[in-house]
Design a protein around this ligand. Structure first.
Ligand SMILES: [Zn+2]
Length: 101
C-alpha cells in the first residue's frame, strides 16, 4: 500500500506520519463540508411566513419547490432547526405574491 493515504491508515492500519496526516486531513475536510451542507432554518422559516402572508398555501409552496408538504410544514412550524443548503436555496427562490398555478 502507498503511504500518505487514508486507505493505508484504515485498511493497512499504518500509523506513520504521512498516513496519519492523510486521515486527519480527510476527517477535517469531511467535518467542514458536513457543517456547510446545512444551514440554520430561521431565515427560511421567516421566508415561508412571508410567503404564507402574501397568500401562498403550504401545499402550493410544497408543489412549487418540489418538497413534500411535511417538509415545508415542519420548517414553517419551526420544527426544523437546520435545513440542507439546497432546500434553503429552493425555498428562498420562491417569491412572495407570485401567483401559484
Ligand atoms: Zn504509512
Amino acid at each position: 500500500m502507498q503511504h500518505g493515504t487514508r486507505a493505508n491508515y484504515l485498511a493497512g492500519k499504518c500509523r506513520c506520519e504521512p498516513c496519519t496526516l492523510a486521515n486527519r486531513t480527510y476527517a477535517r475536510d469531511y467535518f467542514r463540508e458536513g457543517k456547510a451542507r446545512s444551514t440554520p432554518s430561521w431565515p427560511i422559516y421567516q421566508h415561508l411566513l412571508a410567503l404564507l402572508d402574501s397568500g401562498w398555501t403550504l401545499q402550493e409552496i410544497a408543489d412549487r419547490s418540489g418538497y413534500t408538504y411535511a417538509t415545508v410544514h415542519a420548517i414553517a412550524g419551526g420544527r426544523r432547526r437546520r435545513v440542507r443548503n439546497t432546500t434553503a436555496t429552493d425555498l428562498l427562490s420562491l417569491r412572495a405574491r407570485e401567483v401559484a398555478a
